[in-house]
Write a protein that binds this ligand. Structure first.
Ligand code: ADP
Ligand code: ASP
Ligand code: MG
Length: 409
């Protein structure tokens, strides 16, 4: 049987009108003779009654009193509501359907509550339901440990559920339905002329996702890449097929990939830059600093080390703790909060001269100070003040003419 996984995100399920589009997409693919597995997120965004963030407000006043295991029970509820409602709608439309929790669908995870990793997927139950011609609706974001505890896969984890199920079921493709027309050259909420790409490689989209492009979870991309399953990212609210994610050379060459150095610009906001100078008598500053961060589970990024000290970033919500940990071990760190990491991403920039010069040009023309920068073969990152972030993204998007990426069809 040809299997298709269709994943619908929060805004795709948030209103009766949106859910009507969802039903149409499922029915269309069913008519094409696919066995359909549907993965759903919680409905809507913060403020909507059953969204994950709204559920979490129920315990927001209680400090950290709820252990991660019990917190997972709360934050995974929204997906159960979505799956039951969608199952009901499908049946009302005459489509045979069943709904399963992550655990019910055989998704077994480790016990890192709040960020569990999938260990295996026992697909018998899904296969049985598909054989009897049912659409199988699975709650995204959820799993279960071997001992039966409910787990969640990390925020945005429904994408991961979808590609992991796609891999386990050897699906022909995984379609990620969302509220934008595919993978765009930038977040359209900030860059108004951002453009949807028709085709993109796993590594490019994985890079964009790791550097803040929220449209797909980076872990979901890794799984699809390992399993060599094509992904489509597309809008629930249109028939446009959106962006194909693949490594197939024919597909890549039919799109704009061949001719571009830069694919997109992304951002991560809410970070603090920390600078630590070696103190008299401390010769192992880097070791001490990063061991201390690790001991206190503070995740660090954008790391530049030199013999005189270290510069790196932490999320704003970890900054106070990071500073106090550093003071405790005898340093006098400088912390600049309210920063944003802006990344220029492109598989084709390796060895191309002048990319950094154009980045500096774009930001200097707008009077935006660069607080720090670093690069790899496929990305250049700059740290700016959060107030400058939108202008920086727009300036870089314009400098690399991303609104005008040539489609080589
Ligand atoms: P869902 O609930 O469907 O999972 P998300 O909110 O997680 O939706 O992701 C979709 C959002 O990702 C879009 O509304 C868009 O604002 C944002 N986004 C950020 N960067 C990009 C990008 N490069 N391309 C497309 N969307 C992006
Ligand atoms: N509902 C979960 C979240 O908001 C999972 C997801 O949407 O992918 O993070
Ligand atoms: Mg999402």
């Amino acid at each position: 049987m040809r299997i298709l996984v269709q994943k619908f995100g929060g805004t795709s399920l948030s209103s009766p009108e949106a859910r009507a589009f969802v039903i149409q997409h499922i029915q269309r693919e069913r008519q094409r003779q696919y066995g359909i597995v549907v993965v759903v997120s919680a409905m809507g965004r913060k403020g909507d009654p059953y969204a994950t963030d709204t559920l979490l407000t129920l315990i927001a006043q209680h400090g950290d009193s709820l252990p991660a295991k019990e917190r997972d029970m709360l934050q995974g509820c929204g997906e159960i509501i979505s799956a039951s409602v969608l199952c009901s709608l499908l049946r009302a439309a005459g489509v045979p359907a069943i709904a399963l929790t992550g655990g019910g669908a055989g998704i077994i995870t480790d016990n890192q509550f709040g960020k569990a990793r999938i260990l295996q997927i026992r697909t018998d139950r899904i296969h049985q339901a598909l054989q009897s011609d049912h659409v199988v609706v699975v709650t995204g974001f959820q799993g279960v440990t071997e001992s039966g505890d409910f787990t969640t896969l990390g925020r945005g984890g429904s994408d991961t559920s979808a590609t992991a199920l796609g891999a386990a079921l050897r699906a022909e493709r995984v379609d990620i339905y969302t509220d934008v027309n595919g993978i765009l050259t930038a977040d359209p909420r900030i860059v108004k002329d951002a453009r949807a790409l028709s085709v993109i490689s796993y590594s490019e989209v994985g890079n964009m996702a790791r550097q803040g492009a929220k449209v797909i979870h980076p872990r979901a991309v890794e799984i699809a890449q390992q399993a060599r399953i094509p992904l489509r990212v597309r809008s629930t609210f249109s028939e446009d097929e959106g962006t194909l994610v693949t490594d197939t050379i024919e597909a890549l060459q039919s799109g704009p990939v061949r001719d571009r150095h830069v694919t997109g610009v992304t951002h991560v906001s809410g970070v603090t830059q920390i600078t630590v100078h070696a103190q008299d008598g401390h010769t192992d500053v880097q070791l001490q600093v990063f061991q201390a961060m690790a001991r206190h589970h503070i995740s660090v990024d954008f790391i530049n080390v030199n013999p005189g000290g270290a510069v790196y970033t932490v999320f704003d919500h970890d900054a106070k703790k990071a500073v106090s940990v550093l003071r405790d071990i005898g340093y006098a760190p400088r912390a600049v909060s309210g920063c944003a990491k802006v990344s220029v991403i492109g598989g084709g920039m390796n060895g191309v001269p002048g990319i950094m010069a154009r980045i500096v040009e774009a930001l200097t023309e707008k009077g935006i100070p660069i607080l720090q920068s670093a690069d790899s073969n496929t990305s250049i990152w700059v740290l700016v003040q959060e107030n400058d972030m939108a202008d920086a993204l727009q300036a870089l998007h314009a400098k690399f003419a991303l609104h005008d990426i040539k489609e080589l069809k």
